[in-house]
Design a protein around this ligand. Structure first.
Ligand code: SAM
Length: 149
């Protein structure tokens, strides 16, 4: 399998430790620069308030099956977490789309390091992604929406 990045995500974050752990904890604006050859694929994107960024955690070194995630001090299976130290190093972020300028999208709520390779973009559509009667396992009572860094 070969996957070619479709662009680069630019942010103000230069290292892992200073980067917010999820979009809901970030009010930072980022620039999603799509390669010029994929630019026409952005047609109609501005009609969406939110988009899903799919990208590679390119600064992750290796992976573990058991990880201590940001919001806990207990070990959890990596697939029960959003840890960047995962086998295929793939991350997803739902961010607010502010505007488009040519092949660049300006987004709010960025939680990735500057230079992160972009693999795909999809529109966020609640009807396609929402689930009902959701349980959130070990994350129950661990999420506070107050903190934004
Ligand atoms: C917990 S992950 C969550 C990312 C994404 N929202 C998700 O759920 O897949 C976010 C953390 O990954 C790390 N990170 C961000 N960009 C990265 C990159 N390009 N390479 C390695 N680690 C990265 C930072 O430490 C950041 O706080």
């Amino acid at each position: 399998m070969r996957i070619e990045p479709i662009g680069i995500i630019h942010s103000t974050f230069k290292n892992r430790k200073d980067t917010p752990i999820q979009p809901f904890r970030s009010n930072k604006i980022g620039r999603v620069e799509v390669c010029k050859k994929f630019r026409d694929g952005l047609k109609d994107i501005v009609g969406f308030s939110h988009i899903i960024l799919i990208y590679k955690f390119h600064k992750s070194r290796g992976w573990r099956l058991l990880v201590k995630p940001f919001l806990d001090d207990q070990l959890h299976g990596v697939f029960s977490t959003r840890s960047p130290r995962r086998p295929n190093q793939i991350g997803i972020s739902v961010v607010r789309l502010l505007r488009r300028k040519g092949n660049v999208l300006f987004v709010k709520g960025i939680d990735v390091i500057d230079g992160t390779p972009l693999l795909d973009i999809k529109p966020y559509v609640p009807e396609f992604s929402s689930a009902f009667k959701v349980r959130i396992g070990w994350l129950t009572n661990k999420i506070s929406k107050k903190k934004v860094r």
